[in-house]
Design a protein around this ligand. Sequence first.
Ligand code: SAH
Length: 217
Amino acid sequence: MDEYQIARERMIQHLREHYKIQDERVLDAMTAVPRHFFVPEALKAQAYKDNALPIASNQTISQPFIVARMTELLELNNQSKILEIGAGSGYQTAILAFLAREIYAVERVPQLAEEARERLQKFNVQNVSLRCADGTNGWENHAPFDGILVAAGSPSLPEPLLKQLRQGGKLVIPIGEDQKTQKLTRITRSAANDFQTEDFGACAFVPLIGEHGWKND
Ligand code: SAH
């Protein structure tokens, strides 16, 4: 029991009723992980609102609905090995860690990576390895992954991520030709050289910056 429990339960109810999130495991994870723990001190009171919030370095902690939707789309289970690109605050990372076996998380901004690592440690999350690097190159040493979640908008599909996806695995990534809006896209690798694409509607993420993403800052 914490002082935000009622706000958190209201958020879950909104995810279920308004946004039609149906995966009970995802809703359980979002009930268990205190979002207020991952937002800047000054914004704690807003932690359970239905929107993204600013974190350090001009980045954002994603809207709860987007976290729920992307997690649901991965169709992971407690044996899954997941790669997350753009760990940011570490909130999405903690949700994935609650549901899957092993999480490899990559964050490009050193300060964010450091803070996320500290938070996850304080929260006693054991199954996450987090590194500061350009995630558009994936994390080759730990590939293949059952699922890959990219939490920043990419101009196109980063080739290394497709290569590091296990057969049957799913990549969930916002793709858009301009930096402001994207389409939430899911790629399923149904066979070694067979990739299916599904479109889950418009979304707006901060840009994915790197060798296989946007080149500018
Ligand atoms: N899921 C995070 C979202 C953070 S916003 C949260 O809810 O807190 C997206 C993050 O992607 C930012 O922290 C940004 O620094 C990071 N990012 C952008 N390009 C990246 C890249 N090439 N590799 C790794 N992280 C990247």
